[in-house]
Write a new protein. Structure first.
Length: 532
């Protein structure tokens, strides 16, 4: 590296010498920071951008792929606990094709691409096994599209066809799911997955699909759809839905009149889950219709003494009116309803002892009757079913009146509470601003003290030279240097703290007092010793 010219180097050294210690430290820190910033910027700009090469890898595949990348001297990064490998984006596709040519990854999910390569001489049994593997892999890929699922393994069992129908065994499937952290599958998602798998495999019934998670917890239902347990569960869910639906309707109607939070409604519904199929055949004797009519005519033979005659005989058949009905009653019909509604009392403000007190007042009977009628209409009250509706007026407890605030609820001073919250936030903001201001003043004082120290150090540079210092000490220096010393050097008293000055002054006064008045000082000392 070429050396700097002598003049430039000398000027630089003189410039550095003229700086104070604080200025030298600041200049060094700025220089080092600039160098570090430039190096970091160059590193960030030249750093390659990484992209995902493979994800959801098994440890075996990940180790083999990393080994191949090290052989090819390709930079890589491991993510997601080693399940994801990232390399520079400009090398992703070439590397992926190269690894695919070497059969990597091997243990990842395989689908219908297993049939892309034609293998001559493969037996029918191997073809069936490959088809099952491909089907399992495609179903696993489909299941992985769910947001909650991180990994999936699918096993399908297709038994051999038997000669007789009763000897055949059903097709079954089992699925093991690895769910993402903090995710859980809803019951609807599990049912949808079961029907998805059943629709993807020929001859697979949804009841023969078993789903478990990585912990071995059974997610699918074990009851058959037509079993007693399954029916009981579905009946209970249907009853809950009906009760919640009716309770919500009634409560919305009441809150529309009384205000939000002033009504509570509970409904108990008794549903009829009987499956009834009836055939009715009714006859109405008063209504008849001619079904058929037969007329018979007889004629006698003419003889000499008897004139010929004719006789008619009519037979009429009537059909009685008949009504035939085939009735199938719906399952889950409402058999009986029991409704309980609780209405909050009226809040009124009363002046007691100069204070505003909130009290509850019972609602009039006419208003309660109107509210009862509203509830009956909302739930579909039917007296023939022996339905019951009870609407009671009682004041709500503290949990509802003090724990919840509503703007339209009578007696609630919402504005004052809002003002208190705003004032509290303003007070916190003012305190924060005050703290920042105090910190700024302290920093200003520190800066001014540093500036004074720098100015003092500059003034003292006049007498920094060693030879000049020796002359001043010996008294042989010129008079102007003595004046500069007296002018620029701070007095020794300024370097002593205030507390030390006070102690020194006290000691001086005590010494003077003892020397001037020794007898009084001796008596005072005796008194102090006696008191101690």
């Amino acid at each position: 590296m070429p050396e700097f010219p002598t003049q430039v180097r000398t000027q630089f050294i003189d410039f550095v010498r003229r700086l104070s210690l604080a200025q030298r430290l600041a200049l060094g820190a700025v220089t080092i920071g600039a160098i570090v910033g430039i190096v970091a910027l160059v590193t960030i700009v030249n750093r390659p951008t990484y992209g995902t090469l493979f994800s959801n890898l098994t440890p075996q595949d990940a180790s083999k792929i990393v080994e191949k990348l090290q052989e090819k001297k390709i930079q890589y990064q491991l993510e997601d606990d080693g399940k994801t490998i990232a390399i520079p984006k400009d090398k992703i596709y070439d590397t992926r094709l190269a690894l695919a040519g070497e059969g990597l990854p091997q243990s990842s999910i395989i689908g219908y691409e297993i049939f892309d390569r034609t293998n001559l001489g493969v037996s029918d049994f191997v073809q069936k096994i490959n088809y099952r593997r491909a089907l399992e892999g495609e179903i696993a890929r489909t299941i992985l599209q769910l947001q909650e699922v991180e990994g999936a393994r699918v096993h399908i069992v297709v038994p051999e066809k038997a000669l007789f129908k009763e000897d055949e065994k059903p097709t079954t499937a089992s699925i093991v799911l690895k769910l993402r952290s903090g995710k859980a599958l809803r019951r609807e998602s599990v049912q949808g997955m079961i029907h998805l798998v059943a629709s993807s495999v020929e001859g697979l019934d949804p009841t023969n699909v078993t789903i478990v998670d990585a912990r071995g917890t059974l997610l699918s239902e074990t009851e058959k759809p037509n079993s007693l347990a399954a029916k009981t569960s579905s009946q209970y869910e249907l009853q809950q839905k009906v009760e919640n639906y009716l309770a919500t309707k009634a409560q919305n109607m009441l809150e529309g009149v009384l205000g939000a939070g002033n009504a509570r409604v509970q409904v108990t519904a008794e549903l009829d889950f009987r499956q009834v199929e009836r055939t009715l055949e009714q006859y109405d004797p008063e209504k008849t219709a001619v079904r058929s009519e037969q007329v018979t005519e007889e004629k006698t033979v003419v003889k000499d003494s008897v004139s010929p005659s004719t006789r008619n005989n009519t037979v009429t058949n009537y059909e009685v009116n008949k009504t035939l009905e085939h009735v199938i009653e719906s399952v889950g019909g409402v058999k009986r309803l029991s409704v309980a509604a609780l209405v909050n009392g009226k809040k009124i403000e009363v002046q007691k002892d100069g204070k505003t007190v909130t009290e509850y007042q019972s609602r009039p009977a006419e208003e309660m009757n109107q509210l009862s009628e509203i509830v009956r209409r909302a739930v579909g009250f039917d007296q023939r079913r022996n339905d019951e509706v009870s609407v009671v007026n009682l004041p709500f407890g503290n949990e509802d009146t003090e724990g919840f605030l509503y703007k339209d609820q009578p007696g609630t001073d919402f504005v004052s509470i809002l003002q208190e919250e705003v004032y509290g936030k303003i007070l916190i903001l003012v305190a924060m601003l005050g703290g920042v201001a105090m910190l700024w003043v302290l920093l200003g004082r520190v800066r001014s003290a540093n500036r004074e120290d720098e100015a003092l150090s500059k003034r003292l540079d006049v007498v920094v030279d060693d030879a000049t210092t020796r002359e001043l000490a010996a008294g042989t220096a010129p008079a102007e240097l003595h004046e500069a010393k007296q002018h620029y050097l701070p007095p020794a008293e300024s370097l002593i703290s205030t507390a030390a000055k006070i102690r020194a002054e006290r000691q001086t006064r005590i010494s003077e007092y003892i020397s001037n008045k020794p007898q009084q000082a001796g008596r005072l000392l005796k008194v102090w010793l006696a008191d101690s």
